[in-house]
Design a protein around this ligand. Structure first.
Ligand SMILES: Cc1ncc(COP(=O)(O)O)c(C=O)c1O
Length: 338
């Protein structure tokens, strides 16, 4: 039988940047086998650059073009990122004909290097870690400062202090709220630069929503004041607290171990057929801890920041998981069954 045309199907957009945002909000009906709060996943992997950081990249670059700090065809963007923001910026810089130097470190995956290079980004690699925990953030930022002083017409968006990073992420909360008619009881957000949580909180405050925001951070991350320790999974967590952080940026914080990220990812793909990145696994793991305490009529939104294809050699590699954690397959099977 012929299917009716969807009502109000979106028309064409002008250029790939017009395709950023308006990502699907998917009701998760299988993650929790018993009765539970209603879970909705915002699939940010479906942005054209593959993550929610497309929004931040566009917001920061377009803001700097509007203020005259960046001139298409002439300026150079310099930023530190080993992953999604770098890819988002590489895409936006290609679109606006801006040179882009991305400062990376030895932990940047071969796949991300390939993607950045394909968009035309130039890579500058720091080699000396900040400490013996394998962090490179301070070294990368130091290198960005050097480049900004020496490269002509260079501009540093500085995602860790740029309010436009946060302003751009208000759109994700607006889309979630509009899809749920303004009733978002809980929001689970992974934190790194704190741009996303800052933007969501701002939208919530400005629109008088009664949403409780749960920050999902990595064990060993310094954002919420814990002692730093070695972390395996990139994306969420940070070795330094960003200037976008403020006291009260979240109603609660849930810290998730690397192992629980893996379990969350494997469970999500096993139950809902969603192949997501490590911080999405952290969000799933956090919500799993919360579910027994949440009322059944609560609407819970989960922002899933990126896609799983970028983690095939780690989270979705049985050999890697076995090497790092031993045989933990029972953990995602047990959780799915309980
Ligand atoms: C996969 C992933 N998850 C979470 C985050 C944290 O988001 P934010 O920097 O907005 O706090 C990032 C940031 O790059 C990310 O790439």
């Amino acid at each position: 039988m012929p299917q009716p045309e969807p009502v109000g199907a979106p028309g064409p957009v002008a250029g790939v940047l017009g395709a950023v945002g308006r990502t699907p909000l998917v009701r998760l009906e299988r993650l929790s086998p018993g009765p539970s709060a209603r879970l909705y996943a915002k699939l940010e992997s479906l942005n054209p650059g593959g993550s929610m950081k497309d929004r931040a990249a566009i917001g920061m670059v377009q803001g700097a073009i509007a203020s005259g700090e960046l001139v298409p065809g002439r300026s150079t963007v310099v930023e530190s990122s080993s992953g999604n923001l770098g890819i988002g910026l590489a895409q936006v810089c290609r679109w606006y004909d801006l040179r882009f130097i991305c400062v990376i470190d030895p932990k940047t995956t071969a796949q991300n290097i390939g993607i950045l290079t394909a968009y035309g980004a130039e890579l500058d690699t720091v080699t000396e870690p900040d400490n013996d925990l394998g962090d490179y953030l301070s070294a990368r930022i130091k290198r960005v400062r050097e480049l900004v002083l020496t490269v002509p017409d260079a501009y540093w968006p500085n995602q860790y202090a740029n309010l436009l990073n946060a302003r751009a992420q208000e759109t994700v909360m607006r889309e979630i709220s509009e899809a749920l008619d303004g009733r978002v009881d809980y929001l689970f957000v992974a934190t790194g630069s704190c741009g996303t949580i800052h933007g969501c909180m701002r939208y919530i405050a400005e629109h008088g929503l009664r949403t409780r925001v749960v920050a999902v951070d990595a064990e060993g991350s310094a954002i919420f004041g814990a002692a730093p320790c070695r972390r395996l999974i990139p994306g969420h967590g940070a070795a330094i607290r960003s200037a976008l952080y403020y006291d009260g940026i979240a109603d609660s914080v849930t810290r998730v171990s690397d192992q629980d990220c893996v379990v969350g990812c494997r469970r999500l793909v096993g139950t809902e057929a969603i192949l997501s990145g490590g911080s999405s696994g952290a969000v799933v793991s956090a919500v799993t801890q919360w579910l027994p305490r949440l009322p059944e009529d609560a609407n819970c939104a989960l922002i899933l920041p990126d896609r799983g294809e970028r983690y095939l050699d780690t989270i979705y590699s049985d050999a890697w998981v076995f090497e790092k954690f031993g045989d933990i397959r029972h953990l995602w099977k047990e959780q799915a069954a309980c």
